[in-house]
Design a binder for this molecule. Structure first.
Ligand code: ZN
Length: 339
């Protein structure tokens, strides 16, 4: 009951990449970088286990950014052809690579990393990848000329990858779709279809993570513009509840999402974000328990997994470790209360 997990990313050790920065450049190269990434995965697993997290991830230690990690293994993308584009409906700008030809996977991309993580933890293991719509929103395209077609092409690659991850022993495969909160009509017209293509035939539990972004200034300003109630989920949850995705990861801590919207997902496991990643203030276990308790007014406890609002990669490492411990302690507190 109330098995805890995290949205995915954790801060990287300062010897591996510059701390508290998105797209932080690596501080190692060549064989040293490969070894450093493996060491960082071990630390990330251990940090979660020590904190008492039940379903652990590799902390996304092996990729520079949650979207561009996988893209490096896909043919048809020119990383030298960089363009500055507005992403998430122009909320912020990013320098992105360009799709210049048909997409195909050169070889398994994350399978060896997943197998390594699998060998080093006995906990259930989760692995995250960007979802098709979010990739499409974080890349320039000079080949497909249509976002839905491009998304389906990426979904094919993601599906090959997801099958390999499941074969490597990953229990939960999560697709990160922050773009779902932005392009509400596209979710219904092709976003869910692309997710279905990505999970087809995958022998693992599947999840989609839909948040309001990392705690960076552009996201804080966007959230301020959304008014007193954030009702984006209301638009997309009915389609997600009808989908074949098993779990939905959402942002509940310090958010203005009306929790009654959870009722729109009666058939899904809910990864309830009870840790705010947009502040360095570490929650108390009581605060975590209060967020979770509020969600239980709208979802049976059997369907709730305490989680973080989003990835913790931009946070200082001690803050992230404090938040992991608070998440586990808050869930434990509530478990005792419910017994
Ligand atoms: Zn997120």
């Amino acid at each position: 009951m109330l098995d805890t997990t995290i949205a995915g990313s954790l801060p990287k050790p300062s010897w591996l990449a510059e701390p508290e920065r998105l797209w932080a450049p690596w501080r190692l190269s060549g064989d040293q970088l490969a070894e450093g990434k493996r060491d960082a995965v071990l630390l990330a697993l251990r940090a979660q286990e020590d904190a008492g997290i039940d379903i652990v991830s590799d902390g996304e230690q092996t990729r520079q950014h949650f979207v561009h990690g996988i893209l490096e293994g896909i043919a048809g993308i020119d990383f030298a052809r960089r363009r500055r584009i507005g992403i998430r409906a122009d909320r912020y700008e990013a320098d992105v690579p360009t799709v210049t030809g048909p997409l195909s996977r050169r070889a398994p991309i994350h399978a060896a990393e997943a197998a390594f993580a699998r060998r080093h933890t006995r906990h259930r293991l989760k692995f995250t990848m960007p979802g098709p719509m979010t990739i499409v929103d974080t890349i320039a395209d000079e080949h497909y000329g249509d976002r839905a077609r491009l998304a389906m092409a990426f979904a094919g690659v993601l599906n090959e990858e997801a099958r390999d991850l499941a074969a490597a022993g990953v229990d939960m495969i999560q697709f990160d779709e922050p773009a779902f909160n932005v392009y509400l009509d596209d979710v219904k017209s092709w976003g869910v279809a692309a997710l279905h293509a990505a999970i087809a035939g995958v022998g693992a539990t599947t999840a989609v993570h839909i948040c309001y972004g990392y705690g960076i200034d552009a996201n804080r300003a966007w959230k301020r513009s959304l008014g007193a109630e954030w009702r984006q989920y209301e638009d997309i949850f009915p389609a997600l509840n009808r989908s074949r995705i098993d779990q939905v990861s959402l942002e509940c801590a310090n958010s203005r999402v009306p929790l009654e919207l959870l009722r729109l997902l009666p058939d899904k496991t809910l990864l309830v974000g009870a840790i705010d990643v947009a502040t360095n203030a570490v929650e108390t276990p009581e605060q975590v328990a209060a967020t979770l308790r509020a969600s239980l007014k709208h979802a049976a406890v059997e369907r709730v997994q305490p989680c973080t609002n989003c990835g913790m990669v931009p946070l200082p490492r001690p803050v992230a470790e404090g938040k992991l411990a608070a998440l586990a302690a808050g869930a434990a507190l509530l478990r005792r209360e419910l017994r």
